[in-house]
Design a protein around this ligand. Structure first.
Ligand code: ZN
Length: 397
C-alpha cells in the first residue's frame, strides 16, 4: 500500500515537472525554435550566446534524397543505396521518416502544436515546393497518409472505458446533426453517449477537487498537506532502513552459500535452488528501495498541486485536447468507467495528492459531498485515503 502511494506520488511529480517543461517547449515552438535535438542533417550550435540550428555535412548529402525521389522517382531502397555510397547509412524506415519530415523545408510540426504548422527559424534544406512535390509523389504510391486529427469535442476519448467490455470508448460525429458521441467499438455492445453530456459531467466532477478558499486558508492547506506527507515519509524512512538491512542480510546469505558450495558442503542443485530464491528476494527489495528513495521536492510539488486545484475545472475546460488528456490521466490514473444502462460514471483510482486535498476541503467545509456525476462518493474516496496510511490531522479553522 505504501509503495503504491509513493509510486502515485512520483508519477504525479513527474507529470507536474513535465507540464512545466511542456509549457516552455510549446513557447519555443511557437517562436519558431525547435526545442529538442534537431533531426538528422542538422547540428545545434552556440552562436553569439544563442542556440542555432545549422545544416551539417550529412544534411548536404540528405538533400539529394529529395531530388532523386522527385526527378527519378527512385524507390526507398535505391535511395538508401545511393546515400550509403556517399557515406550516409540509414535503414529503410528512416528514409521514409526523412522524406516525410517538414522540418527539412523549414516548417515545424509537433504534437504539442495540435496540428498547427509553424515557420521555423532554421535554414531549410530544401524548398517547400520540393517537399510538397516529393510527398505528392509518395502519396500516389501509398494512397496518402492522413494526419490524425484529435478532436476538441471529444477530449475524454480513450480515457472513458466501457464498463461492460473494459474497452476504451472512441469518439465519432454524426455529421448531419453535427453532434459528437463516445462509443464502444465492441461489436454488439451498443454503449454510446452524447459527448457534450459526458464532458459537462466530467467538468462538474472536477469541482469536488476545487479549492475555493481564501489565500490564508490555502496557505494552511499547503502546510497541512506538506506536514501529513512528511509524517508519512518519516514512517517510510524507517521502512527504508529496514529494507536496507534486509538487503545486507540477503547479500551475506548469498556469500555464505557460495562459500559452502566451494567447500562442497552443498550440492549444485541446492546451491542453484537457493541462489535463485535469494536473488529473487534481493531484486524485489532493490525495487522497493529505489521507489522509496525517489520522493523529493515535496513542498514545491504540493504547492503546485494546491495552486492547480484552485481552478481545476476551469483549467480543464479551457485547455487544449493534449493538456486535457494529461489532466484527466493525472487525476484519474485508471480512467473512468461509463455504464450505459445506469448512465453512470465510476472510477477506481484518484491521484492521492488531489484526493487528500479534496478530503481537507471537506474538513474545512465540515460537510461531506459526493463527486457530482460519479457513483463513487467522495466519502468513500476519503476512506481510501486512510487506507493508504495517510491519516489527516484536523487543524483549527
Ligand atoms: Zn462495450
Amino acid at each position: 500500500m505504501h509503495q503504491r502511494l509513493v509510486m502515485v506520488f512520483n508519477q504525479f511529480e513527474n507529470e507536474l515537472r513535465r507540464q512545466k517543461c511542456t509549457a516552455g517547449m510549446k513557447e519555443m515552438l511557437l517562436r519558431g525554435d525547435w526545442p529538442t535535438k534537431p533531426p538528422l542533417g542538422y547540428d545545434s550550435i552556440q552562436k553569439n550566446g544563442a542556440r542555432t540550428i545549422v545544416i551539417n555535412a550529412t544534411g548536404k548529402i540528405l538533400r539529394h534524397a529529395f531530388i532523386w525521389k522527385l526527378e527519378e522517382d527512385l524507390s526507398h531502397d535505391a535511395i538508401r543505396a545511393r546515400l550509403a555510397q556517399k557515406g550516409v547509412v540509414l535503414c529503410r524506415q528512416r528514409i521514409t521518416a526523412v522524406l516525410r519530415n517538414p522540418f527539412y523545408c523549414g516548417l515545424l510540426s509537433h504534437n504539442m502544436l495540435d496540428g498547427e504548422i509553424i515557420q521555423g527559424n532554421h535554414e531549410p534544406l530544401i524548398s517547400r515546393e520540393l517537399f510538397l512535390r516529393v510527398n505528392g509523389v509518395m502519396d500516389t504510391h501509398t494512397h496518402g497518409y492522413s494526419i490524425k486529427e484529435e478532436n476538441e469535442h471529444i477530449p475524454l476519448k480513450r480515457f472513458l472505458l466501457c464498463e461492460k467490455c473494459n474497452k476504451p470508448l472512441r469518439g465519432y460525429i454524426v455529421k448531419k446533426k453535427g453532434i459528437h458521441y463516445y462509443k464502444c467499438c465492441t461489436i454488439g455492445c451498443g454503449t454510446n453517449r452524447n459527448a457534450q453530456v459526458l464532458n459537462d459531467r466530467f467538468a462538474e466532477a472536477l469541482e469536488a477537487f476545487k479549492l475555493d478558499h481564501d489565500p490564508e486558508v490555502l496557505h494552511l492547506i499547503k502546510q497541512q498537506t506538506v506536514a501529513t506527507f512528511n509524517q508519512y515519509m518519516q514512517g517510510h524512512q524507517d521502512e527504508h532502513m529496514m529494507l536496507v538491512q534486509k538487503q545486507q542480510e540477503l547479500n551475506k546469505k548469498i556469500e555464505r552459500l557460495e562459500e559452502r558450495f566451494i567447500e562442497e558442503e552443498l550440492t549444485a542443485d541446492l546451491y542453484n535452488k537457493y541462489t535463485a530464491k535469494y536473488n529473487e528476494e534481493l531484486s524485489d527489495i532493490e525495487t522497493a528501495i529505489a521507489e522509496a528513495s525517489q520522493v523529493s521536492n515535496l513542498r514545491e510539488c504540493i504547492g503546485l498541486a494546491v495552486d492547480f486545484a484552485v481552478n481545476i475545472a476551469k483549467k480543464w475546460v479551457l485547455a487544449d485536447y493534449f493538456t486535457k488528456q494529461r489532466i484527466q490521466n493525472l487525476l484519474f490514473p485508471s480512467g473512468i468507467f461509463y455504464n450505459k444502462e445506469m448512465d453512470e460514471c465510476r472510477t477506481e483510482r484518484v491521484n492521492s495528492v488531489f484526493l487528500y486535498l479534496a478530503h481537507l476541503k471537506q474538513l474545512t467545509l465540515k460537510k461531506q459531498k459526493d463527486i457530482v456525476g460519479f457513483t463513487m462518493p467522495l466519502f468513500d474516496l476519503t476512506r481510501s485515503v486512510a487506507g493508504t496510511g495517510l491519516e489527516p490531522m484536523t487543524f483549527g479553522l
